[in-house]
Ligand binder design. Structure first.
Ligand code: F6R
Length: 366
């Protein structure tokens, strides 16, 4: 039921403080300094000893996987490869001893992902599934896994399932980092506490959703947009661009911010909105210079920044502030205004946001 919301998509965006909390319930024990994931119990050693993690998924789930690459590499020191599920099977994959495959899927029915799992299994890999729909095909095809517990997602464009996937990935990485000893104890405890506070920070962003609505009204006639971010927020640039394409039919591309100067910068003129995902993190100064490059070419800059930011505020045409958190966790916050922006842009353009043309909730053909 949509309740008081006009669309399922908006309802699901607004459910996120609760769905993230549901996803962490009984798993994140911040006070005890513990993470407990029942679904992984029998495979946690294999995961801790993994020589490599291969993540396979499609669409939004793939974008969650790309965040996980930075995460597992940084805090677990495990090399990670992220592959389009559809390209895995037919790309002569190499599976070695010590490889663990993590498949991510909201529906648990995506054919491209299922076929990739079958191939990896045949080749001897251990498969861990991160899925939302309980009892669906991917969890059944996996050796073990973790459910995201986001509840039924009806809007075709994925929102709350994405933040739940990220939450599960953070939990897994924290548990592995703790067991492997790759994260010092103070940092580990502080990440647990920060993760614990994410739902209320997401709520703060939602309380300011009217700001994304007025932003959407300024740019609804754009024919194209560029989304840029670095590090943990490069995949969020991809996700922001995917959402606006799906929901508003505005062409958009996501890039690592530094990659812009290697080509896409040619597109920038007064007509081109460029969305920067630029929270305070170790790439901040570099992102600032990327923003200057866009302004020098008269592009319109919209930036997602950390509350209290002054430098980007003085450069950008518009900013949307998010609460401060550890830089590792920023994707859980930065994606929210981008979901809202896509939603309001779609609504203002008269699009069917819950059922975008040509899309289906689960894609069961290869
Ligand atoms: C984006 C979207 C799709 C799905 C993709 C994978 O909003 O909904 O890109 O993310 O089709 O679907 P699942 O996660 O069900 O495997």
């Amino acid at each position: 039921e949509k309740g008081n919301f006009e669309h399922y998509m908006l309802k699901e965006i607004f459910e996120q403080p609760k769905t993230i909390l549901d996803c962490m319930r009984g798993r994140l024990l911040a006070e005890e300094g513990k993470v407990r994931l029942g679904g992984l119990r029998e495979y946690i050693d294999q995961l801790c000893n993994a020589k490599r993690i291969i993540i396979i998924a499609c669409g939004t789930s793939l974008n969650a996987g790309m965040v996980a690459r930075y995460l597992f590499q940084e805090i677990c020191r495990i090399p990670v490869e992220v592959e389009f599920a559809s390209e895995f099977r037919y790309g002569s994959p190499v599976i070695r001893d010590g490889d663990v495959v993590v498949a991510i899927s909201q529906s648990g029915e995506t054919a491209d992902t299922l076929v990739a799992i079958e191939k990896a299994k045949e080749m001897g890999a251990i498969i861990l599934g991160i899925c939302n729909v309980v009892g669906s095909s991917i969890p059944r095809a996996s050796h073990a896994g973790v459910y995201t517990h986001a509840g039924a997602e009806i809007g075709v464009a994925s929102t709350k399932a994405f933040t739940a996937q990220l939450t599960v990935l953070y939990l897994i990485a924290l548990q592995v980092a703790k067991e492997k000893g790759t994260l010092d104890n103070e940092k580990y405890r502080s990440l647990l506490n920060e993760l614990d506070q994410i739902p209320s920070k997401v709520q703060t962003i939602l309380d300011n959703s009217y700001l994304t609505q007025s932003l959407a009204s300024l740019y609804l006639d754009a024919t194209s947009m560029i989304y840029l971010g670095r590090g943990y927020n490069f995949p969020i640039a991809l996700e922001g661009a995917l959402k606006i394409k799906e929901i508003s039919y505005i062409h958009a591309e996501g890039y690592p911010a530094a990659e812009m100067k290697h080509g896409p910068i040619a597109l920038i003129d007064e007509e081109m909105p460029v969305l920067f995902i630029a929270p305070k993190d170790h790439t901040y100064e570099k992102v600032v210079s990327n923003i200057q490059e866009v302004k020098a070419r008269k592009g319109k800059v919209i930036a997602i920044v950390t509350e209290g930011d002054v430098v980007i505020k003085s450069l950008a045409d518009h900013v949307f502030e998010i609460p401060e958190t550890d830089e590792i966790l920023t994707p859980l916050l930065t994606v929210i205004p981008l979901q809202l922006f896509a939603y309001y842009t779609g609504v203002l353009r008269g699009c069917n946001v819950d059922q975008p043309r040509n899309l289906a909730k689960s894609v069961t053909v290869e």
